[in-house]
Design a binder for this molecule. Structure first.
Ligand code: PLP
Length: 216
């Protein structure tokens, strides 16, 4: 603990973290022998449970054959196959995948692609539209397109400005949901029509993740 910065943790006041020895399925096993149920899939990452035999076996087999290779000027079957299968699930006309290494950098890459696209068209555009209260990660670009929060406040001087569209936040049984969605869409439509500076609209579908598990 003396040598680690733990994320989202106040080093002086936080209680000592629980030490996990192993995990299986939904259960974490601590070094004390106690078991803890991992109800957030370790920040929504272990969606198929911990130590899933099929995933562990696939990682083992792949690591024995080729664990990684520079991805400029080289390629390999697993990446090509995954990209092809992902594209089959994407709506037309999306036809390409860029592999990144986590959520925040995926967002950075997307912002940079949109920005560079307009530069390449000789029509530079600098404005991004996001949902109010959104969370897209903790790198500078992804913090910029997120709603401002306690965690990003200290960096606010370094974040670029973003236009926010109201999120039709609602809950099961909300009878005004259609009205709220229509309002959010018409607000967005107006923003898009009023400016020729919009480089991209950033939306992570279904939920806002850490910004709120919003079921709409
Ligand atoms: C909706 C959403 N986008 C982006 C991220 C950032 O992902 P990462 O923590 O892998 O950088 C998160 C993480 O919680 C998220 O919930």
């Amino acid at each position: 603990m003396q040598h680690i910065w733990y994320p989202f943790t106040q080093a002086k006041t936080a209680s000592p973290p629980l030490k996990v020895k192993s995990a299986e399925g939904v259960w974490l096993e601590l070094d004390t022998g106690e078991r803890v149920m991992d109800c957030i899939s370790s920040w929504w990452v272990n969606l198929h449970g911990h130590a899933h035999p099929r995933i562990a076996e696939a990682i083992y087999q792949q690591a024995k054959q080729l664990e990684h290779v520079i991805f400029a000027g080289f390629t390999h079957d697993p990446a090509e196959q995954l990209a092809e299968r992902l594209v089959q699930r994407l709506p037309h006309p999306l036809s390409r995948v860029f592999f990144s290494d986590n959520g925040s950098t995926a967002v950075e890459v997307a912002l940079k692609m949109a920005y560079q696209y307009w530069r390449n068209q000789n029509q530079p555009r600098t404005t991004f539209i996001a949902f109010s209260g959104a969370y897209h990660g903790d790198t500078f670009g992804s913090m910029s397109v997120g709603g401002r929060s306690l965690f990003s406040e200290v960096f606010s001087d370094l974040l670029f400005d973003v236009e926010y569209v109201p999120f039709p936040s609602t809950y099961w049984g909300d009878k005004q949901v259609a009205e709220k969605e229509a309002q959010a869409l018409s607000y967005l439509q107006n923003k898009l029509e009023q400016s020729d500076q919009i480089a991209a609209v950033i939306i992570e579908p279904l939920v806002q993740g850490a910004g709120g598990m919003q079921n709409v």
